[in-house]
Design a protein around this ligand. Structure first.
Ligand code: FEO
Ligand code: CA
Ligand code: CA
Ligand code: CA
Length: 588
């Protein structure tokens, strides 16, 4: 065991060393929040125009290579089944392949030229997943759908000009909607988490609706369970706790409950309590059981962005992506130990959970939540009780690497009324969304007060709408990814904005420049970079999506056949790797 631990430590050290080696840091570039005339320009690429084309478009001098598509074998020793473009792969084969609908992505360096990627597979389009879509329905199809959800760990290597998958890899792994996952923290074992399948309340089966994510300073991956309610059906009288999280008789149309009793929320009322958590995964150890960290609360998690307080405590920022929901912050009790990886293993199990109050005029307060098992399972109700600020769908949260300012994308809220439009959510019928930010008091992430302002109101005049993915690179460039819904895209007020896209912002000047446009019917999500800043990895989610969100299996290419462009093929969500032809740092 000691050998394994030692080698893991060496690997981690090498990885961390390479993370800080070659890229000019924020401070080296002389950046500061105030900017100033002498600050060198942060953005050096030529903006791309809006696009309705079925392809990825990047600036002149850049290229985008497809790296990891739905159905690609992840490289597990158990098997590497080939993708069948007619939807014919079995559930067992799907569990060894990339899932559908890639979302968050994080990179864990192994060396200068090797790394692990953790990728979320958020949900499925069952019209594309099975040969005949959902026309017939069976337990096998439910199993395949569950196998196409969750998370993948894949290994990648750089050959001097491009990255590719390493297969087989001893790190390769799929975590699906049926993988055993431990509960830890205050709510583990509580009555609200006990079910007929797990009387202990300490082991969930699976993770799903894995949307945004994060990573810890000790090199683990955090995946966020977002729209878990869509997988459940409750045909009876829906209890108030289930209603508060959106559980209904109809569900989201996944039809899992028809062949898997776990997802019948009338028969198994506590099963929904076992989703809506942040799950921690150790990408370096394929045997390590993932852990649902209950101290971080149960919401429709979007983002678990980690930073450190001045005294070394671990701070996690989290959004709850629904209209009128809240922004949360967890502050650990213990401190990060940079010299002993194992010592950090359970830091996310003990601490204080706060929810944000944005007062009018720019002041803000972090309101402490009780932290009892009940209030963590019912975090939304706990936040209601303290009077937190109802936001316009908080999605990703990003921390500026230089000054610690925190940025959040508020993707939209078309229901906000004139009377409710004020302060940090200033627009009624907010169809375009906005980006807000705050500075913690004294620049300390553990502070309980802050000052906030609006960074950008999206709109046709700004050239983008519905900011979702949000991420700072090491230079301090803010990358913005958009998710205009397919029912709205290229229509009405969004007509001039084209397909979903990615932009770069210089937060010192407020300039926002379009960097990339995606294929038809996609959203752009997930973003990270290689440690040297010379490769960017992003995800193209649901290319070819139609307004119904479930494709017609007879017309799989009705909107898109990206990325394979095969006449008989189906559109496939995929990770792409973006590089400059001259090998330079992305964005400069
Ligand atoms: Fe899965 Fe809130 O986007
Ligand atoms: Ca999102
Ligand atoms: Ca979406
Ligand atoms: Ca979204």
């Amino acid at each position: 065991m000691k050998n394994t631990l030692d080698s893991r430590r060496r690997v981690l050290k090498a990885g961390l060393a390479s993370m800080v080696s070659t890229l000019p840091a924020w401070s080296a570039l002389g950046g500061c929040a105030a900017g100033g005339a002498s600050a060198p320009p942060m953005l050096g690429f030529t903006a791309v125009p809006v696009s309705k084309e079925d392809k990825v478009i990047v600036p002149p001098g850049y290229r985008a290579d497809v790296l990891y598509r739905w159905g690609d074998a992840v490289g597990m020793a158990a098997g590497m089944p080939a993708f069948r473009e007619d939807g014919g792969n079995s559930a067992e084969e799907q569990a060894l392949q990339a899932g559908m609908h890639h979302d968050a992505i994080e990179l864990f360096p192994l060396s200068e030229s090797r790394a692990l990627l953790a990728v979320n597979h958020e949900y499925t389009d069952d019209g594309l997943l099975h040969s005949d879509g959902m026309r017939s329905w069976s337990a096998e199809k439910v199993r395949k759908s569950q196998a196409a959800h969750g998370v993948a760990i894949v290994e990648i290597a750089f050959d001097g000009s491009r990255w590719s998958l390493v297969r087989p890899s001893r790190y390769a792994r799929r975590i699906t909607a049926s993988t055993p996952i431990a509960f830890s923290g205050p709510a583990a074992g509580h009555a609200l988490l006990r079910t007929a399948f797990d009387p202990s309340g300490r082991e969930a089966l699976g993770t799903m609706s894995n949307c945004a994510g994060g990573h810890t300073p000790w090199g683990t991956y955090l995946t966020c369970e977002e729209n878990f309610n869509m997988y459940f059906s409750n045909a009876g009288a829906v209890p108030v706790d289930q209603k508060r999280y959106g559980i209904s008789a109809a569900g989201g149309g996944y039809r899992w409950h028809e062949h898997d009793a776990r997802f019948d929320a009338a028969a198994n009322p506590n099963e929904p309590n076992r989703f809506g958590w942040v799950v921690e995964i150790d990408p370096l150890d394929p045997q390590a059981k993932p852990v649902k960290r209950t101290a971080l609360g149960r919401i429709k998690h979007e983002s678990a962005t980690v930073t450190l307080a001045k005294d070394g405590r671990v701070v996690v920022y989290m959004g709850d992506d629904e209209r009128y929901e809240y922004i949360y912050k967890f502050v650990s009790r213990g401190k990060f130990n940079p010299s002993d990886r194992a010592a950090n293993k359970d830091l996310l199990d003990e601490g204080t959970l706060y929810v944000a109050l944005f007062a009018k005029g720019g002041n803000g307060v972090w309101l402490e939540l009780p932290g009892t098992p009940e209030s963590l399972v019912r975090a939304r109700q706990a936040a209601d009780a303290v009077g937190a600020t109802k936001m316009d769908r908080p999605e990703w949260i990003a921390v500026h690497p230089g000054n610690g300012d925190v940025y959040v994308s508020l993707t939209n809220n078309d229901r906000r009324t004139e009377a409710e439009a004020e302060g940090v959510n200033p627009r009624a019928k907010n169809v375009y969304g906005h980006i807000a930010r705050w500075s913690e008091r004294d620049g300390d992430a553990a502070a309980t007060t802050f000052r906030w302002d609006i960074f950008a109101l999206a709109g046709e005049d700004k050239g983008f709408a519905n900011p979702d993915g949000l991420w700072f690179d090491r230079r301090g460039v803010l990358w913005i990814e958009t998710d205009i819904s397919t029912s709205a895209i290229n229509r009405g007020p969004f007509e001039k904005l084209g397909n979903n896209q990615m932009l770069a912002a210089d937060v010192r000047t407020g300039e926002i420049r379009r960097f990339l446009t995606g294929p038809a019917g996609c959203e752009i999500t997930g973003v990270t970079m290689a440690p040297d800043g010379r490769t960017m990895f992003i995800n193209i989610q649901h290319p070819g999506e139609t307004a119904s969100e479930r494709s017609n299996p007879d017309e799989p290419r009705a909107v898109s056949n990206w990325p394979d462009f095969r006449p008989s093929g189906r559109p496939r969500s995929a990770t792409i790797a973006i590089r400059r032809e001259d090998g330079g740092v992305i964005g400069t």
